[in-house]
Design a protein around this ligand. Structure first.
Ligand SMILES: NC(=O)C1=CN([C@@H]2O[C@H](COP(=O)(O)OP(=O)(O)OC[C@H]3O[C@@H](n4cnc5c(N)ncnc54)[C@H](O)[C@@H]3O)[C@@H](O)[C@H]2O)C=CC1
Ligand SMILES: O=C(CO)COP(=O)(O)O
Length: 331
C-alpha cells in the first residue's frame, strides 16, 4: 500500500503495540517511537516487544524504530498517540517538530490530568492542531485480543470524513472492522468515563457483589454516561453505539481490562498505592475519576457512580460502606 500516508505510532505499551500490528497488515513502513532503548534493541533482535503483547511477531523491515519522538513525528503525516494520558506531557517535553500540519489521532482513552482537557482539545489548544486534523481511535477493543486476531470493531471519530476513511483503510483487516463517527468530543468523553465505570465494576466484584448487581451497575453507568456527555457536548448521538455502550461493556466485563483489575484489587482490600504497584499496566480510570469529578462540579450532572469511585480513590473512604450507600442510589 504505497499510496497511503506515512504513519507514526507514539508509545511502547500494549495499545501502541496492537496499533502497529494493525497498521502493519496494510502499510509497508511505520515509524514507531518508544521510550525504552532496551525494548527497541530487543525488538530488533527478537522481533517482539519484550514488555507488552510479546506474542506478536513483527517484520522488522516494516518498522522505523526510534526513541527520538522528533524523528518519528518528522517522518509521518499521521501520528497516532497511544501513551497513557498521565504521561503524554512528559513524553512531549522534547518535541521540537511542529504538529500543525499533521493529522493527530488520539488512541488514548483518558483526560490530561494537568488540565482536565480531553486529548483532542489538548492537541488543539496546546499544539495548534486544527480540529479538522484531529481524530479519535476508539471502540471496544482490547490489545490482547488484537494480538490474538480476534474479530474487533473500532470507531474512528473525525470531523473530516476523508481523513477518517484513510485511517479506516490503513487499519482494516480480516480481524479489524472500522466504523466512522463525527462525534469526536462525545466519543472521547465516553472512552474516558467508561474506565471509571469499569473500576466500579471491578470494585463491586472484589467486594463480593454478583452478576445481578453488575448488570444493574452497567445499566446505571450508561445512563450516567449519557447525562454527563450531554452536559459537556450536546449533539445527536446513539449512546448504544459500540463506541459508547460497547466500550463500557467490554471494559466492565473483560478480564483483560486494566481498569476492572485495578478496581477489583481495591474491592478486595488493596490500598490505591499497592494496587498500582501490583500492576505493570496503567488504569487510566484512576486519573479520569479525579478529572471527571472536578469537571462535573461545573456541569452538575447527577453522577453517583463517579462520586463513589472518587470517594474511595481520593478521599480514602471505605469501599464496602461507600458501595452500600451507592446501592441505595441506583435503580
Ligand atoms: N490496552 C488496551 O487494550 C487499550 C488501551 N487504550 C489506551 O491506550 C493508552 C495506552 O495504554 P496501554 O498501551 O494499555 O498502556 P499499558 O498499560 O499497556 O502500558 C503502560 C505504558 O505506559 C508507559 N509508561 C509507564 N510509566 C511511564 C512514565 N513514567 N513515563 C512515560 N511512560 C510511562 C509504558 O512505557 C507503557 O508504554 C491508554 O490511554 C489506554 O486507555 C485504548 C484501547 C485499548
Ligand atoms: O479501552 C479498552 C478496551 O476497549 C481497554 O480498557 P482497559 O484499559 O481497562 O484495559
Amino acid at each position: 500500500m504505497n499510496d497511503y500516508p506515512k504513519f507514526a505510532v507514539i508509545g511502547g505499551g500494549s495499545w501502541a503495540t496492537a496499533i502497529v500490528k494493525m497498521l502493519s497488515e496494510n502499510l509497508s513502513e511505520i515509524a514507531w517511537y518508544m521510550r525504552s532503548e532496551n525494548a527497541i534493541a530487543e525488538l530488533k533482535e527478537n522481533f517482539r516487544n519484550p514488555n507488552y503483547l510479546s506474542s506478536v511477531e513483527f517484520d522488522i523491515d516494516q518498522l522505523i524504530l526510534t526513541n527520538d519522538i522528533n524523528e518519528a513525528i518528522a517522518y509521518a503525516d499521521y501520528i497516532v498517540f497511544a501513551v497513557p494520558s498521565a504521561f503524554l506531557n512528559s513524553e512531549m517535553k522534547n518535541l521540537t517538530v511542529s504538529l500543525k500540519d499533521k493529522v493527530v489521532l488520539s488512541a488514548i482513552k483518558g483526560i490530561i490530568p494537568e488540565t482536565s482537557l480531553i486529548v483532542g482539545e489538548h492537541f488543539h489548544q496546546v499544539y495548534d492542531v486544527p480540529y479538522t486534523n484531529i481524530g479519535v481511535i476508539t471502540g471496544p477493543c482490547h490489545a490482547e485480543e488484537v494480538a490474538l486476531e480476534r474479530l474487533s470493531y473500532i470507531t474512528i471519530a473525525c470531523s473530516n470524513e476523508e481523513v477518517a476513511k484513510v485511517v479506516k483503510d490503513c487499519i482494516s483487516s480480516h480481524y479489524i472492522k472500522v466504523k466512522i463517527s463525527d462525534d469526536i468530543v462525545g466519543t472521547e468523553y465516553a472512552a474516558m468515563l467508561k474506565n471509571i465505570y469499569a473500576i466500579a465494576c471491578g470494585m463491586a466484584h472484589g467486594l463480593g457483589y454478583g452478576d445481578n448487581f453488575q448488570a444493574l451497575l452497567m445499566s446505571n453507568a450508561i445512563r450516567e454516561m449519557k447525562k454527563f456527555i450531554k452536559k459537556v457536548h450536546k449533539m445527536k448521538r446513539n449512546i448504544n453505539d459500540s463506541a459508547y455502550l460497547g466500550d463500557l461493556l467490554v471494559t466492565g466485563y473483560s478480564l483483560f481490562s486494566r481498569n476492572r483489575m485495578f478496581g477489583n484489587m481495591i474491592g478486595k482490600g488493596y490500598t490505591v498505592k499497592s494496587a498500582q504497584m501490583e500492576m505493570s499496566m496503567i488504569a487510566e480510570g484512576y486519573y479520569a475519576t479525579k478529572s471527571a469529578y472536578e469537571l462535573n462540579k461545573l456541569h452538575g450532572a447527577k453522577t453517583p457512580i463517579i462520586d463513589a469511585v472518587y470517594d474511595i480513590l481520593y478521599e480514602g473512604k471505605d469501599p464496602k460502606k461507600t458501595f452500600k450507600k451507592l446501592t441505595d442510589k441506583l435503580d
